[in-house]
Design a protein around this ligand. Structure first.
Ligand SMILES: Nc1nc2c(ncn2[C@@H]2O[C@H](COP(=O)(O)OP(=O)(O)OP(=O)(O)O)[C@@H](O)[C@H]2O)c(=O)[nH]1
Length: 497
């Protein structure tokens, strides 16, 4: 009995082992088949999905995610990611973590953020070749920043600091000390000159342009009957003053009409006609208000951009003064981290009027400094945050991309109300080239034309507006702290004539 039972048990166990082995083999095979089947099912779905399959590999993953981020224009892109859930089982095991663990989890973030990015990217396409690469790099950083609020690179900086453990407190170390210095300089606050009527008060600063445009043209017009040589001379004068050919032709044509109609008989008539025509050319109806008033839920943000040495920092400081004089609380963001002196310079401007400043370490990521400045401005409840950016060659795609990043990062936090391009009036045609390139990277809302006091080419104002369609909002008329004036077409033309 017991032997038979024992034999029966042994046989049963052996049979069971064989059965398990067979089942295991079959299951294992099925697994292998199912893996190959999934891609096979994905492929037929549509061409795009094929790429999803490849995303198991390095290229497809970044490619697929890229097209989603780049084409962020909403609904069309969102349906694409939905098929992802199917392949998910694959990525989970290993594929995704291996190449880039970020893309997986970060994927949803870019989708939301891509909205703004998409708009800027096409614009930035100016330097198609290399640009795509920097974008890939910047976007992940940007995305990580705002979420955790550590910002793009600020993250990395704060991290090492705590590691050094003991001493100084980590992150806010950079911005806060600067802001804390407010109390001391307060007693030395400057007295700011009245902001009203500045352009009229500073009209003398336009004397060089006045001589080149007003005096010359009026002299010719007042000479009586004008022959073709005289008209040509008027034309040359206006072109020399940088009005540009289009504005010059219009002005000369209109003057001819007025004279032919017998409307100009005296020197005063000539002056009045010229003034009227020039003012028309300056599009007096354009909105030239600087969007620097706070919103219900936060400060206004003004970004100041331009190439090296045009007067960005000076203009930012001058603008802060004007705002403070208008009763506004201002925070300055020293996002020019390439030149330490620029941050010092801006800090001095701030201290003179009691404006706080947020600055980063030299060489820090400008976008993170800008982001911190806006965050601080919000926390402090200020009315406006003015961000001074580093001068950059408009011909350097990488630097320009970085500027685009500054704007995008700030926009994670709050809307950028104004992007002011600072142009040096003395550089003429090159200024227009700069403006066009900057406009492609960060859509400009206004131009500040500096150093008009040092040039006879004030006619550049006409040309900038004509060719860019962006209004000149402010003009720099000297190195003095209050030598910034709002641009008013009538007062400007008055100063020229
Ligand atoms: N005459 C005159 N000089 C000006 C005006 N605005 C700025 N400047 C001078 O231009 C020089 C450069 O000014 P910054 O403000 O340092 O120029 P920036 O664009 O910030 O320069 P980077 O930081 O190197 O990019 C300074 O000497 C200013 O005093 C102006 O309207 N008229």
């Amino acid at each position: 009995m017991s032997t038979e039972v024992l034999i029966g048990i042994v046989v049963g166990v052996v049979a069971l082992i064989i059965l398990i082995g067979v089942v295991g083999y079959v299951v294992n095979r099925k697994r292998q088949i199912s893996i190959t089947d999934k891609p096979a099912q994905m492929e037929p779905t549509d061409g795009t999905v094929r790429e999803v399959d490849r995303s198991g590999g390095y290229k497809a993953g970044s490619g697929f995610n890229f097209s989603q981020g780049g084409g962020g224009s909403a609904t069309i892109d969102k349906p694409k990611p939905e098929p992802k859930p199917e392949p998910e089982p694959k990525p989970e095991p290993k594929p995704e973590p291996a190449p880039t663990s970020d893309p997986g989890p970060v994927a949803p973030t870019p989708e939301v953020e891509t909205g703004p990015d998409v708009e800027t990217e096409p614009e930035v396409e100016t330097g198609p070749e290399v640009e795509t690469e920097p974008k890939v790099e910047t976007e992940p950083k940007v995305e990580a920043g705002p979420d955790v609020e550590t910002g793009p690179k600020v993250e990395t900086e704060p991290t090492p600091e705590p590691e050094s453990e003991p001493d100084v407190v980590p992150e806010p170390a950079v911005p806060e000390p600067a802001v804390e210095q407010k109390p001391e300089p307060e007693p030395q606050l400057d007295e700011i000159e009245p902001t009203a009527g500045r352009l009229s008060r500073l009209r003398g600063r336009l004397s060089r342009s006045q001589g080149a445009i007003g005096a010359s043209v009026l002299g010719l017009l007042g000479a009586g009957d004008l022959d073709e040589d005289s008209w040509e001379e008027i034309e040359d004068t206006l072109v020399m003053a940088d009005l540009g050919t289009a504005a010059t032709s219009t002005v000369v044509e209109r003057l001819r009409e007025e004279l032919a109609a017998g409307k100009v008989r005296t020197a005063d008539d000539a002056r009045a006609a010229l003034k009227r025509i020039l003012v028309e050319q300056l599009h007096p109806d354009l909105d030239r208000s600087v969007r620097a008033l706070p919103h219900a839920n936060g400060p206004a943000v003004v970004l100041v951009v331009g190439v090296n040495g045009v007067g960005k920092t000076t203009t930012t400081g001058k603008l802060a003064r004007v705002l403070v004089a208008d009763g506004r609380r201002v925070t300055l963001g020293a996002a020019d981290t390439f030149r330490a002196a620029a941050a010092d310079q801006l800090q001095t401007w701030g201290e003179r009027v009691g404006a706080g400043i947020v600055r980063g370490k030299e060489g820090a990521d400008p976008a993170s400094v800008a982001f911190d400045a806006v965050s601080t401005g919000i926390d402090d409840g200020v009315d406006v945050v003015l961000i001074d950016t580093a001068g950059r060659l408009h011909t350097k795609a990488g630097l320009m991309d970085e500027l685009g990043k500054v704007k995008r990062v700030v926009e994670k936090k709050v809307e950028v109300d104004e992007v002011l391009l600072v142009l040096d009036a003395t550089v003429g045609q090159n200024g227009l080239m700069q403006a066009k390139v900057f406009g492609e990277v960060v859509s400009l809302t206004g131009v500040v034309l500096t150093k008009l006091d040092g040039t006879a080419k004030g006619g550049i104002v006409f040309r900038i507006q004509e060719e860019l369609g962006v209004p000149v909002k402010l003009v720099g008329l000297g190195e003095g702290a209050d030598d910034l004036a709002p641009f008013e077409p009538e007062a400007f033309v008055d100063a020229l004539l």
